[in-house]
Structure formats: structure tokens, C-alpha cells
Design a protein around this ligand. Structure first.
Ligand SMILES: Nc1ncnc2c1ncn2[C@@H]1O[C@H](COP(=O)(O)OP(=O)(O)O)[C@@H](O)[C@H]1O
Ligand SMILES: [Mg+2]
Length: 311
């Protein structure tokens, strides 16, 4: 076996050239995308995927062109939630003017019924199958996992022509340190929205993500408090989740302990959960309480993005 010192230069692999070529392909492919926004948290199960999809829906209802890249490769919820499971190889014809077409290899992305292009690993591999990275050193694939994950993200970003889009949303996996790794990989063009829930445990993890991201160049647009109260459809009102006496109303950012703006609150809505499971994105109806909450967050997001132009 060749040792490290026996390899001359890059060992003939053209690694450096390949990385430079891929970076150039990604930069070119994303040139027509106005805003890159990553939806993260650090914490799992707080509603990152749900909010990514439904914020995309609210933005789409405002006439914006939106696509989603589900970067949670081993928990790719977007495929089911957006109703594009197994759809990768039979994509519907791409309507004109909605951005995102197949790359030079002709692979096109599936779309939701409301015209949002979605890449999700769940469209490629079945739900019961874990994504595994092959490794020459048997049983040690975990060692290279992060490296392989980012190589895969680079491949996906470079493989599609994202076209003219207002927003490309990244649905991130959990993990505070992973969130920072994504920020490093995606670069300073990508702004962040962090999702939390009304629990000190979740807020503590999100605070760590805020602290870590604040050291880097990425803009932190703000946080969304999801599951902020329970939406009772019978009484058409938002009730507190816990009988703590706390109002189910937007908390002031300083009260949350997160030193970034609050973009809004979204209540827990059982119908929203059912729609996610069935792959039917809830229609972005501003007339409903939850639809209005999502639309308000979309408005705040656009205000913040337009106020601070992309780097
Ligand atoms: N506001 C909400 N109302 C109802 N159900 C929700 C809401 N937010 C998230 N959920 C549900 O909670 C579960 C976890 O949400 P998910 O978006 O997968 O979290 P994450 O991506 O942060 O891991 C899903 O089943 C989802 O449908
Ligand atoms: Mg998720």
C-alpha cells in the first residue's frame, strides 16, 4: 500500500483542479439565484423541514420563484412532505419561468403542486433505506462521513441549473456544529433562519448555533418560534401549549435569550402535521391562522433580505 509520503503531488487525481472546477460550476449555477437561505436550528424535530416547505409555499403564493434543497441526506423529510417521494426519475415537465432545469446531464427536479422545485434524497432512495457512503476501509465510512456529505452537496449544487430564482432554501440537518459546517461550505452568500420551539432545552441548543454562526460571515436573519401555542380549529384560536400562564404570543427577542430578531411564531396545527405526513403541502391560505402566521414570517424574511443586500 502506498504511504502518504510516497504520493507525489496529488497522486494524479487532479483533486485541486476538480475542486476548482466544481466551485466554478456551483457559482455559475447559482448566479441567477437572488437569495440563498438556510433553515437550520441545531435541534432536531423542531420543524425545520415543515417551515422550509410551508415558508416556500407562502413565498410562492406571493409570486416568488422558490426551490428547496433538502440537505438532510439521511433524514430527507422533504420528499414525503412535498409529495415527491420516488419522483426523481419521473419528473413532471418543467413549467416555463419557474427556474431550475436539469443540468447538462438532463436530470430535472420534481415540483410540488404549487410549483416549488425540490431536491430531496428521499426522492432517490426509499424511506426504509439509510444513505451509506462506501468506504475502502470497511466499517469506517463514518470517519469520512462529513467530507462525503459535503462532496455530495457540492455535486447536487453543481448538477442543476438553478435558473432564475428569488430564493433557494436549504433544509438543514440537526446538530449545532453541523450547522456551522454548512455555513462554511455554503459560504457567506447564504443567510440563516433558525427554528426553535417554546422549550428551554431547544432554545439552549439554538443559542449555541447563534453563538457559533455569529463568529462567521453569514447573516443571521432571525429565528422563528414554531409550535408556539396550539391552534384549535374548533375555536379558531391559538391556545398556550402548556398551562404555564404564558401567553401564546410572539415573545420579544430579548426575552427569548436569542440575540437575533424574531421573524414570527407559528402555532402547532394538527392539520398541518397531517398534511406533512400525506405529502400535501397545506395551501398557503392567508385567511387561516396558521396560513397568516406563515405569510407573516415570509414577509419578515423578505424584509430582512431586502434590507440587507446579499454579499
Ligand atoms: N407547526 C406545526 N404544526 C403541526 N405539526 C408540526 C408543526 N411543525 C412541525 N410539525 C410536525 O413535527 C414533526 C417534526 O417536524 P420536522 O419539520 O420534521 O422537524 P425537523 O426538520 O426540525 O427535524 C413533523 O411530523 C411535522 O409534521
Ligand atoms: Mg428535517
Amino acid at each position: 500500500m502506498k504511504g502518504y509520503h510516497d504520493i507525489v503531488g496529488d497522486g494524479g487525481s487532479r483533486v485541486l483542479e476538480q475542486v476548482v472546477e466544481q466551485r466554478a460550476r456551483i457559482t455559475d449555477g447559482l448566479a441567477g439565484v437572488r437569495h440563498l437561505v438556510a433553515v437550520g436550528s441545531g435541534k432536531g424535530g423542531v420543524g425545520k423541514s415543515t417551515l422550509t416547505l410551508h415558508l416556500a409555499g407562502a413565498l410562492r403564493a406571493r409570486g416568488l420563484r422558490v426551490a428547496i434543497l433538502d440537505a438532510d441526506f439521511n433524514g430527507p423529510s422533504q420528499a414525503r412532505m412535498a409529495g415527491v417521494q420516488g419522483a426523481m426519475f419521473v419528473p413532471p415537465p418543467s413549467p416555463e419561468g419557474l427556474g431550475v432545469s436539469g443540468g447538462s446531464d438532463g436530470v430535472a427536479l420534481p415540483r410540488t403542486s404549487n410549483g416549488i422545485a425540490v431536491f430531496s434524497m428521499g426522492s432517490v432512495i426509499p424511506e426504509s433505506q439509510a444513505l451509506d457512503f462506501e468506504s475502502a476501509a470497511h466499517g469506517e465510512s463514518h470517519t469520512w462521513r462529513a467530507t462525503r456529505e459535503f462532496a455530495l452537496l457540492g455535486e447536487i449544487l453543481g448538477a442543476f441549473e438553478w435558473g432564475t430564482l428569488d430564493l433557494l432554501l436549504f433544509d438543514l440537518p440537526p446538530g449545532a456544529e453541523r450547522t456551522v459546517q454548512y455555513a462554511d461550505f455554503l459560504g457567506p452568500r447564504t443567510s440563516f433562519v433558525l427554528v426553535t420551539i417554546p422549550s428551554e432545552v431547544a432554545r439552549g441548543v439554538v443559542a449555541r448555533s447563534v453563538a457559533a454562526l455569529s463568529k462567521g460571515p453569514n447573516r443571521l436573519l432571525g429565528y422563528v418560534e414554531n409550535m408556539s401555542g396550539y391552534y384549535c380549529r374548533d375555536c379558531n384560536a391559538v391556545k398556550p401549549l402548556f398551562d404555564s400562564g404564558r401567553e401564546a404570543s410572539p415573545r420579544a427577542p430579548e426575552a427569548s435569550g436569542l440575540e437575533i430578531p424574531c421573524l414570527g411564531t407559528v402555532p402547532f396545527d394538527p392539520e398541518l402535521a397531517q398534511h406533512c405526513d400525506r405529502g400535501i403541502p397545506l395551501a398557503a391560505v392567508p385567511e387561516t391562522v396558521v396560513g397568516r402566521a406563515l405569510d407573516d414570517v415570509a414577509q419578515q424574511l423578505m424584509n430582512r433580505l431586502d434590507k440587507e443586500p446579499s454579499r
